[in-house]
Design a protein around this ligand. Structure first.
Ligand SMILES: Nc1nc2c(c(=O)[nH]1)N[C@H]1C(S)=C(S)[C@@H](COP(=O)(O)OP(=O)(O)OC[C@H]3O[C@@H](n4cnc5c(=O)[nH]c(N)nc54)[C@H](O)[C@@H]3O)O[C@H]1N2
Ligand SMILES: Nc1nc2c(c(=O)[nH]1)N[C@H]1C(S)=C(S)[C@@H](COP(=O)(O)OP(=O)(O)OC[C@H]3O[C@@H](n4cnc5c(=O)[nH]c(N)nc54)[C@H](O)[C@@H]3O)O[C@H]1N2
Ligand SMILES: [Mo]
Length: 767
């Protein structure tokens, strides 16, 4: 066997994000997914006030959209969902589950849309078609006989507000709060950190703030791939001379420069906008230390202005009136040594001082961030440090300033808003009790990590997945896959075939659903749904494409089908009426949450969306102290308890432009110049030299944790890249077997996918 990868091709990624590469990518995927040309006008309705909300990311949808309010990633997601490729019962007749297990993620989903309900048949090792009614009846009978605390209701962040509201109610009427969702792997660090410090679980920034800001700090988010429509706001800000200060260990193309593929002049002239004015390659896990450095510099600059008798740099009036805990925080910052900050952040004092200088000369600063901040042992602390930084100069609750966590799935934030939460204190249980006349369970449910622990311990009786590819997205893959097969019942509501269908429970069902882009016809006519974007704005969304098969049910219909087959009838919950007319679900949502959703049906098509009331955006702090809270970080270390010594490398897992989470559109990563294989690690040339490795050479990674569990992934080709020494990057989900389940953010339990200490071994076959 060769010691080098044979599939891999490496090229220089010189193109800016956007540009011609983007146009070409979109055409290729439309062609490959056989999206008929007559449907391409679909893209013109994407993210429009009267159109459908993109199924890719959750970025804000403007009131006055561009004629083409979509991006390369969004166009790919649309093509992937509206593909004319489809698989029915005959496909599953031809392939056993064991055979399909050998297929990779791309090949599985690339078969096309699932079209018929399926039940696993252990005799033949095949999924067999089953009628909808029988599927519901069988699932209901199994669920009724189970320990109600042992059933998990997962959701993946895409389903509409209507579906999510029904799903949360189903779980609670069934008898538990086991409602983990993808946000448990994603921005839960945000929901915990922001709630504690500023009294809201979500970001405060709106699209309008981008027009008023005069400085943007950008931490650990890959805008060019994961929320490309935001490049428009960034490009416009850059044109106004707004500095963008980026913290990211890896030099991401989309954060370096951008050509707007929707601007003919830029496309013809090749004009690029440089995005980041400063690019700090922080060590993974080093953001707390970096922000300590920024704050230390800010206090020092403020001392100097005070000594000189000039205007203070700290917003003392704001600090006095609106914040609590400054003294402790200031003392901690002053006591923190530059040597420690430099070591833990991997950044020089001078670099941090120059970033702090820019911060101090701006009157309205916003902080944008993503998974590079939240997916760490100290993920919540990172979020709190971002708040500390903003508070020093009053940068929350004024135009152009604020905190901007960039959410992942297109309705992940909204699902939380309408009751998908394992934390009973976050759901309006009294209200639900009064509205529906049942006693909602009051004890905490399982989040994602706890659901995994329950599965490993054999405590989980059934797993219902409303979308997603759970077993592929979570840490600890080997143990999880093995334990998964012992779950008595697994039910997946899905659009495409994925790994979690093949790694299945003892009784297993696949229930295929309509996607959001498809026309959803019910007894009351074609139905619309609603979602919440990353800036807390709710939007209507109307399916526009003909469904890929008439046999599909909508997500609300599937949730209702399971509910009716499982729960005792309740005269106050008319599942059929809800399914016939989704406006009646919105009325129910408005009744449960009047402050947010009053007159919901009348307001749902408001251009730009209807904004959730957020105290912090108006400097009303719904915290225990009644003020915005400074927090003293517990530790500077990025990886306090997964230490492997000098021989380890710190791995962070990232996404490519060829994927949406576990959905792999292609094995290429145009932005990083890697083609044909995702089994790679990105490594600094100095580290390659130290390990005497050549480009494309195959290595194995082993997790450095010494807890008796062997975690390794082999067959990884080395790609030289601009990452800091001592750190390597690789792809999610391929590298998930390396993450221990216990390696998660302490307060939010978000798996720490961005700092995994690993040991590199030469050679090694694909595992
Ligand atoms: N096309 C596309 N769009 C998507 C998705 C997709 O897979 N494909 N996924 C969706 C989902 S669910 C989510 S949550 C979002 C994810 O969007 P992002 O938040 O952008 O997620 P990642 O690609 O995982 O990584 C973010 C960035 O963090 C950097 N980073 C890693 N470690 C650190 C660190 O310690 N500190 C700092 N400062 N930076 C670090 C990485 O180099 C990377 O650039 O995107 C959503 N949108
Ligand atoms: N190592 C590492 N692990 C990570 C991450 C990381 O950065 N690094 N990121 C984490 C994050 S942020 C997230 S959000 C999770 C993602 O975890 P999940 O949300 O569980 O995974 P997805 O890959 O988004 O789910 C894809 C599947 O959803 C189904 N699907 C697609 N559209 C629909 C729909 O409209 N309705 C229904 N019912 N089903 C649909 C399809 O069958 C598809 O196969 O992964 C997490 N895991
Ligand atoms: Mo996510």
């Amino acid at each position: 066997m060769s010691k080098h990868s044979s599939e891999l091709r490496i090229e220089n990624p010189t193109m800016p994000a956007g540009g011609w590469g983007s146009v070409q990518e979109v055409s290729t995927i439309l062609l490959h997914q056989r999206v008929p040309l007559k449907d391409s006008p679909l893209l013109l309705k994407q993210n429009k006030p009267d159109g459908f909300a993109c199924v890719s990311c959750a970025w804000a949808k403007p009131a006055n959209p561009h004629p083409f309010e979509f991006c390369e990633s969004g166009a790919k997601a649309t093509a992937w969902e509206t593909t004319s490729k489809a698989i029915g019962a005959d496909f599953f007749e031809r392939h056993t589950v064991t055979e399909l297990e050998a297929w990779d993620d791309h090949r599985l989903e690339d078969q096309g849309r699932l079209t018929v309900p399926l039940r696993y048949d252990p005799q033949t090792d095949k999924y067999r078609e089953i009628g909808w009614d029988s599927a519901f009846a069988e699932i209901g009978a199994l669920l009724r006989a189970m320990d109600r605390k042992g059933v998990v209701f997962y959701s993946s962040g895409r389903a509409s507000l209507e579906t999510s509201y029904m799903y949360g109610l189903l779980a609670r009427m069934y008898g538990n709060n086991n409602l983990p969702d993808s946000s448990n792997m994603c921005h839960e660090s945000t929901s915990v950190g922001l709630q504690k410090t500023i009294g809201v679980p979500v970001g405060t920034v709106t699209l309008e703030d981008f027009e008023h800001t005069d400085c943007i700090f950008f931490f650990g988010q890959n805008v060019g791939v994961n929320s490309p429509r935001m490049l428009h706001q960034l490009q416009q800000a850059r044109r106004r001379g707004v500095p963008i200060i980026t913290f990211n260990p890896l030099r991401e193309r989309g954060l370096v420069s951008f050509t707007n593929p929707q601007s003919p002049t830029e496309m013809l002239t090749g004009a690029e906008t440089a995005i980041s004015t400063q690019y700090h390659q922080v060590k993974p896990g080093g953001d707390t230390a970096a922000i300590m450095g920024l704050c230390k510099a800010i206090f020092a600059f403020d001392d100097a202005t005070r000594a000189a008798g000039s205007q203070r740099l700290l917003d003392t009036a704001f600090l006095q009136e609106h914040t609590d805990g400054l003294k402790h925080f200031e003392a901690a910052v002053r006591a923190c040594a530059w040597g420690d900050i430099e070591r833990e952040s991997g950044l020089r004092r001078a670099a941090l001082e120059s970033a702090a200088q820019v911060y101090c000369s701006a009157s309205a600063v916003m902080a944008v961030y993503g998974m590079g901040v939240t997916q760490h042992r100290n993920g919540v602390q990172n979020v709190e440090m971002i708040v500390n930084l903003l508070l020093l100069r009053g940068n929350i609750g004024k135009p152009g300033a604020g905190v901007c966590p960039v959410r992942g799935h297109s309705n992940v934030q909204g699902q939380r808003t309408v009751g998908i939460t394992e934390k009973p204190e976050l759901a309006p249980l009294d209200k639900l009790e009064q509205q529906y006349g049942f006693a909602p369970p009051r004890e905490p449910g399982m989040n994602t990590v706890e659901a995994c622990e329950g599965i490993l311990a054999g405590r989980v009786q059934a797993f219902i997945g409303l979308g997603g590819n759970f077993v592929r997205a979570v840490p600890e893959r080997q143990l999880m896959e093995a334990a998964w097969r012992a779950i008595p019942l697994t039910v997946q509501v899905s659009t495409k075939l994925n790994r979690n269908h093949l790694v299945h429970g003892k009784a297993s069902y696949i229930l295929p659903c309509l996607g959001r882009i498809e026309i959803d016809r019910q007894a009351g006519g074609a139905q619309d749904v609603t979602i919440e974007d990353s800036t807390a704005c709710m939007h209507g969304s109307r399916g526009m494409a003909e469904p890929v098969a008439p046999s599909l049910l909508s997500e609300p219909a599937i949730v209702a089908g399971i509910a009716k087959a499982t729960l005792a009838p309740n005269p106050r919950v008319d599942w059929d009426r809800w399914v016939a007319d989704y406006a009646t679900i919105r009325d129910a949502i408005a009744e449960t949450y009047p402050e947010i959703f009053h007159d919901f049906n009348a307001r749902m098509w408001t251009p730009g969306g209807i904004r959730k009331p957020l105290g912090a955006a108006h400097r009303v702090w719904k915290t225990e102290s009644g003020k915005a809270n400074f927090t003293v970080p517990e530790a500077l270390q990025g990886n306090p308890d997964l230490k492997g010594g000098s021989s380890t490398l710190r791995l962070f897992t990232v996404r490519s432009d060829g994927q949406f989470n576990t959905t792999i559109y292609s094995h290429d990563d145009r932005f990083r110049g890697v083609y044909g294989s995702r089994m790679v690690i990105f490594m600094a040339r100095a580290d390659m030299a130290r390990h005497a490795l050549t480009q494309g050479e195959l290595v194995t990674l082993r997790c450095a944790a010494e807890d008796g569990v062997e975690r390794r992934v082999g067959g990884l080709a080395v790609v030289p890249y601009d990452v800091p020494e001592g750190c390597i990057a690789g792809y999610f989900p391929e590298l998930n077997p390396l993450i221990p389940l216990w390696h998660h953010a302490k307060e939010s339990k978000v798996p720490a996918a961005k700092a995994i200490d690993v040991i590199l071994e030469r050679g090694g076959r694909p595992s």
